[in-house]
Each structure stands twice: as structure tokens, then as C-alpha cells.
Design a protein around this ligand. Structure first.
Ligand code: DON
Length: 564
């Protein structure tokens, strides 16, 4: 039996040889002053126009968020949430948590049947899957603290697109076609604007209800979403679909400014997201481990390099499962997890010769805390302010539920909680007490919006979508630039692989591991599973030595860089 399984994995490994080689030396768009990289060319252009008109990076971030809610509905949103990491031109860092929260009526066992088993799909699709949205409050807070242009000027471009229509890209048409059945099954009012026998590239999409909702947000700010007719529409939708979000939940929602996670690894300073995202902590742990090995000498995705990255990831994700959750509800041992001695100790049972079995890798015991389909966009403005934002509905098109009359999708972020200890969520991630469901709690995230300094100067803005693979995507892109000297675009192009402790296999894009590495890894006892459709979608901006900016736009999506 075991031999049979090994042969299957061997065949898959061999298949990985027949893959196309990514252009890791490709250069992206280079501009001299300012840049936006996002998942959609229209959103990037809107952001770049705001920067050209003298808006700062935060103004552009707000405009891009609302534009993506229209042109990239699978992840861009007003019915979801996200995280924003900011670095002011003088180096001051800040972070905004606009993650969704569990509704007040949520409870620990809400997705379990009478036998204590997880009810399939209940946390993933339909009304019960939605957390209380954070995006609109997040954008209002971001604008109040750092914005410079009038609020309405930042929402208006999105309204224009929703009202007048925009052309579908080929990839978006394919995605909409895939969702037709779920859009009918999970909605209490037919979302006619997205229903069609067959969507084609170039078809125009017009979103009148969404334009109306965005108009209220433009005119009333926070109250345009969390109060009045939009809040009433959300509650009515919940009542029709047996969901639990109430007008009180909406009125109570607040995004939170948090101190970003920072860490120094060699001459790099990492500024990234703090819990309730696991991204920042995991990224710093991974970079700290990787720094101890001569990866440059070993070469990009060689057997030794890939083995070290996978073994580091196995241990870091075991820690994530045990120790990470919403810091407002659970004492996350942040300092303990980031302690260099602790991180190094996690690798003491590591062998360069063979793969470790995930069943014998337990989460570590860091010192306790003494004190109490996602999308990423990166922006740098002409003053050198930088914004790194990852925002999501969770799965593609979230819960698939449109708020009747409101024209926008609700997230299915509740699936990011651990429905039951050890039961995998849609990304195969497991969790324990730290990430159990509780009323008003935020669900643990992997989102990793990050800003890097090199020798105390702004160096890179980076982040990605991809559920559990976000952390390892961001990690590999940083390594590609810092260790292997790829340009920003080449670093984003390069093939990726991923390990998350459980399940115990390496997920690998076709082409990420060449024939020699695939075979070498197999001989060490690693199991490799191919991932069609790519791992993660990233958006990065690199500050070149002469001060110009290079964009890294995701070739796996429709992403585009724009700037001047
Ligand atoms: O917060 C998280 O970790 C997830 N909800 C992110 C979802 C995501 O990246 C979707 N893309 N596959």
C-alpha cells in the first residue's frame, strides 16, 4: 500500500519535469516616481491616476479597494475585510486590521452536527459562512488618519465603473461561468447582473445595485454601509437565508489600528501584519531559519534549498496551528514565537539527509506572552509612502451570497476559524483553542501584507493571495530577490512550492521543481503533489538602487502595474 502511494507520488514528481520554465530574469514595468500593482489593470490605473493628481499612497489604496470591489468581484469587496500595512516616508510603520468578525450569535460548535462532526460546506457557502464585513470601516479609518484627497473623489471612480459597465477579462469570464450554479443555489434573490448562459471575454458587466450602495458610502462614509438602508438590506438578506448577522453586529463593527510585527533579519527589516493574521510572525520565522543556510551557494530550488524551505515551513505551520488566533481573545505568544533562539531551536531535529515526518513534528513551546479568493495590492507614492494591502472575501466570490438589492457579495470568512480541533478548513489548515469560534472574535488569517526596508531604506512592498500558501508565496518571492538576485517581475514569475505541516506533502506548481530537484526530494522521503492553476497571486514593487521602482505583476492572473 505504502509502496503504491510512493509510486503515485514518484510518477507525479516525474511529471513535474515536463513543465514550462518561468522567466525568472524578466523585468517588470519601471517608473521613476510612483506605482500601483494590483489584480486588475483598471484598478491599477485608477490608483495611478489618484497618485498623479497628487493623492498619496493611502488615497490610492482606498480608490483601488473600491475599484477592485467592482472589477474583481471574486476577491475585491465591500462585503469582506483585510489588512493594511503602511510605512510613512520617514519610516514610521502602522497597520490596520479590518478583518471580519464573528457575529454576536456565533458559537463554538455552530458548524457541527449532533454527533459533533463538521457539516460539509456550512462554513464555506451560504449565509452562515459570512463574518461581519470590515472593509468599509477600514477604508474610512485609513482615509481619516492618512488620506489627503476628498473621500468622495476616491469612491467615485468605482461608482463610474459599476454604473457604466466594464469589459470582462478572459480569466474573469471563466470564473463567472464556474459560479453560475452556486449563484443560483445560495441566493434568495437572483443576482441577475452576474447570471448568463455563457460569459465571454469582452462582455460588459453593469452593476447598478452596487453603484447605488457605493453612492451611499461616497455620501455618508461609514454610515452608508453600517447603518440605514444598506444595513437593513444585509439584515433582511440574513433573515431570508437563515444567516445570523444583525444590524447591531454591523453598528458594533470597528476596525483596529495595530502595531505591525517587525523583525530584523540581516540587513532587512520586515514590517508585516500582526495577529489576527499569522502572516507576519510566520514570515519572520521562515526568513530567520533560511538565513542560517548557504542558499545562494546551493542555488534556486536546488534539492538542498527546497528541502530546507520545506522543513522550515513544516515547523512554522505547526506553530501556527497551535499558537495563533485573535489577540483580543487569546494570548498569542508573539515575542516567544519571534525569539531567534526559539526559532533556531525548532530546527534542532532537522536533517539535511531526509524529510521529517509531520506526525513527529509538534508545535513548539514558545515563552508565554507576558502582556496581555483574496487579493493583494502594493503602492508607493512620489513622497516614498508605501501601502501594502491584502483584502478578501475568503474563497472566490466568498459565500456566493449577494445582499439582495445591495449588489455586493458577502464573505465566507467564518471558514478561517477552526470549526473543530484538528478538522481541516478549505485550505487544509488545522487549528485548536487559539482559533476556536467565539462571538465577536476575528478568525485567524494567513494574509501577509509586507513592507521591507534594506539598510533602513524602503526596499520592497509585497503581498499575495492564496489562503494558506500566502505566507510561503511571499517568503519565496523575498528569497528570490534577496538571495537569488532575480528582478521583481522574475521573482513573481518564478515557480512556487508550499508545505504547511499538515497534510504532509509539498504542493508544487508545474515547473517549480525541475527533474533533478523533484527526484532528489523524493529520495529524501518528501511527497510532492502538483498544483494546477498556480500557487498564490502576488503583487510587488521593488525600489531599485537608483531609486526607480520596478513592478512585479502576477502573470498567473490579469494583474498589472501602472505608474509614472
Ligand atoms: O485570511 C486568510 O488567510 C484567507 N481568508 C485568505 C483567502 C485567500 O487568500 C483566497 N485565495 N485563495
Amino acid at each position: 500500500m505504502l509502496v503504491g502511494k510512493r509510486i503515485v507520488f514518484f510518477v507525479l514528481t516525474i511529471n513535474l519535469v515536463s513543465c514550462k520554465i518561468q522567466d525568472v530574469q524578466e523585468k517588470g514595468l519601471v517608473t521613476s516616481k510612483a506605482m500601483v500593482v494590483s489584480a486588475h489593470p483598471l484598478a491599477s490605473q485608477i490608483g495611478a491616476d489618484i497618485l498623479k493628481r497628487g493623492g498619496n499612497a493611502m488615497d490610492a489604496a482606498v480608490a483601488v479597494q473600491f475599484a477592485l470591489a467592482v472589477v474583481y468581484p471574486d476577491a475585491g469587496n465591500i462585503g469582506g475585510g483585510g489588512f493594511l500595512v503602511f510605512r510613512k516616508h520617514d519610516g514610521t510603520p502602522d497597520a490596520l486590521d479590518y478583518r471580519e468578525k464573528a457575529p454576536a450569535a456565533a458559537h463554538r460548535n455552530m458548524y457541527l452536527d449532533q454527533n459533533g462532526e463538521v457539516i460539509p460546506n456550512l462554513s464555506r457557502k451560504g449565509h452562515l459562512a459570512a463574518g461581519v464585513p470590515g472593509t468599509v470601516d477600514g477604508m474610512v479609518q485609513a482615509h481619516q488618519k492618512y488620506g489627503s484627497l476628498p473621500w468622495r473623489d476616491l469612491v467615485q471612480p468605482a461608482i463610474f465603473l459599476a454604473e457604466n459597465g466594464f469589459p470582462l477579462t478572459k480569466k474573469e469570464a471563466v470564473k463567472l461561468n464556474e459560479e453560475q450554479k452556486d449563484f443560483i443555489k445560495y441566493n434568495t434573490r437572483r443576482p441577475a447582473f452576474f447570471l448568463k448562459k455563457r460569459w465571454e471575454e469582452g462582455d460588459t458587466v453593469v452593476l447598478k445595485d452596487l453603484a447605488k450602495t457605493l453612492g451611499l458610502i461616497r455620501d455618508k462614509g461609514r454610515a452608508g454601509f453600517y447603518e440605514g438602508s444598506t444595513a437593513e438590506l444585509i439584515e433582511a438578506e440574513m433573515n431570508r437565508g437563515k444567516g445570523i448577522i444583525t444590524q447591531a453586529d454591523l453598528a458594533n463593527y470597528q476596525s483596529v489600528w495595530r502595531k505591525p510585527i517587525t523583525g530584523q533579519v540581516g540587513n532587512l527589516k520586515i514590517i508585516s501584519m500582526t495577529p489576527p493574521s499569522s502572516g507576519g510572525i510566520a514570515l519572520i520565522q521562515l526568513l530567520t531559519i533560511a538565513q542560517k543556510f548557504p542558499l545562494k551557494e546551493w542555488g534556486w530550488n536546488s534539492v538542498k534549498t527546497a528541502h530546507v524551505l520545506v522543513e522550515a515551513e513544516r515547523r512554522v505551520y505547526a506553530d501556527r496551528a497551535r499558537h495563533l488566533g485573535d489577540p483580543d481573545f487569546y494570548q498569542v505568544p508573539v515575542a516567544g514565537l519571534l525569539d531567534t533562539a526559539y526559532i533556531r531551536k525548532r530546527m534542532t531535529d532537522f536533517s539535511l539527509k531526509k524529510a521529517t515526518d509531520s506526525d513527529v513534528v509538534s508545535p513548539g513551546t514558545p515563552a508565554p506572552q507576558e502582556n496581555p479568493h483574496t487579493t493583494h495590492y502594493s503602492i508607493i507614492d512620489a513622497q516614498g509612502n508605501a501601502v501594502s494591502v491584502t483584502t478578501t472575501l475568503n474563497s472566490n466570490f466568498g459565500s456566493k451570497v449577494f445582499v439582495g438589492g445591495g449588489g455586493f457579495l458577502l464573505n465566507n470568512e467564518m471558514d478561517d476559524f477552526s470549526a473543530k480541533p484538528g478538522a481541516p478548513n478549505s485550505y487544509g489548515l488545522v487549528g485548536e483553542e487559539a482559533n476556536a469560534i467565539a462571538p465577536n472574535k476575528r478568525m485567524l488569517s494567513s494574509m501577509t501584507p509586507t513592507i521591507l526596508e534594506k539598510d533602513e531604506k524602503l526596499f520592497m512592498v509585497i503581498g499575495a493571495m492564496g489562503g494558506s500558501t500566502i505566507i510561503t508565496t511571499v517568503f519565496q518571492i523575498i528569497m528570490n530577490v534577496v538571495v537569488h538576485d532575480f528582478p521583481m517581475q522574475g521573482a513573481v514569475n518564478a515557480g512556487r512550492f508550499h508545505h504547511q505541516w499538515k497534510p504532509d506533502w509539498i504542493l508544487s506548481e508545474w515547473g517549480a521543481l525541475g527533474p533533478f530537484t523533484g527526484l532528489g526530494m523524493w529520495l529524501k522521503g518528501h511527497k510532492i503533489a502538483p498544483k494546477t492553476g498556480g500557487i498564490g497571486r502576488a503583487a510587488g514593487i521593488l525600489v531599485l538602487p537608483d531609486g526607480r521602482l520596478e513592478g512585479g505583476a502576477e502573470p498567473r492572473g490579469d494583474d498589472a502595474a501602472a505608474g509614472f
